[in-house]
Ligand binder design. Structure first.
Ligand code: DC
Length: 222
């Protein structure tokens, strides 16, 4: 049996399943660093949109400044915080398309792995437990019903001042779920040693409490 790294917690699952808020709350609670890998895919796709070429996109990406502020990842381009631009639905769509390509995933893997350290890491994404950190000590696969996820995304985007339509959001989420699950490289799927949790009828605080309990039990196992 391979040795597990108790300083890494992975949270995988489909979009808007509550991974982001859970990962942030966990990072805060445990004082761990947060890896928001979806934001990296969005940043990479922003670079690719400007270059239409993987090697140029990788160069542009390496010139971005990615830092942690209050346990949240922020992306800066020439001193300008572009995180909120990266959160919009158009970027999400191109990130989803690009994320199925081998070049994209290869260009991002070492940046992600380099964030693992003695400080501890909470890694949020689709392939954190399966591909990027297979040795993580605690692996959560967070799911929620599609209507619940669309409602959450609707409120998030509305609060950010973006106009959205609930029907379109449900369709987009379904399409992206299929694309994430069906892609050949690093598809969205639970790791064999992950614990699946459905957050549809749970508050963020309840989800946090359950996961902290799992983490504490896992770290006692060694
Ligand atoms: O979690 P998010 O919506 O910010 O992710 C944006 C896109 O990036 C999503 O469509 C799937 C992709 N992604 C991925 O392929 N692998 C990850 N580890 C994280 C995100």
């Amino acid at each position: 049996m391979s040795l597990k790294n108790n300083k890494i917690i992975t949270i995988d699952g489909p979009s808007a399943s509550g991974k982001g808020s859970l990962a942030k709350a966990l990072a805060k609670e445990l004082n761990f660093i947060l890896l928001d890998s979806g934001l990296l895919y969005r940043a990479y796709s922003f670079c690719f949109d400007h270059s239409q070429n993987h090697s140029l996109a990788a160069d542009l990406f390496s010139n971005l400044n990615i830092k942690s502020i209050d346990h949240e990842m922020h992306v800066f381009k020439n001193e300008k915080d572009i995180t909120s631009i990266l959160r919009n639905e158009d970027v999400a769509k191109s990130a989803s398309e690009l994320s199925s390509l081998k070049e994209t995933r290869e260009n991002l893997i070492s940046f992600q792995r380099d964030l693992a350290s003695d400080h501890g890491l909470v890694a949020d994404g689709r392939d954190m437990g399966t591909v990027v950190f297979p040795d993580a000590g605690t692996k959560i696969f967070l799911v929620a019903d599609v209507e619940v996820r669309a409602k959450r995304r609707f409120l998030e985007l509305q609060n950010a001042g973006q106009e959205v339509n609930m029907r379109d959001l449900i369709d987009d989420i379904r399409l992206r779920d299929e694309a994430d699950k069906d892609r050949e490289i690093s598809p969205l799927m639970p790791a064999d040693d992950s614990i699946e949790l459905n957050s549809s009828n749970l508050t963020p605080q309840e989800v946090l409490k359950i996961v902290l309990k799992i983490y504490k039990e896992k770290t006692k196992e060694v």
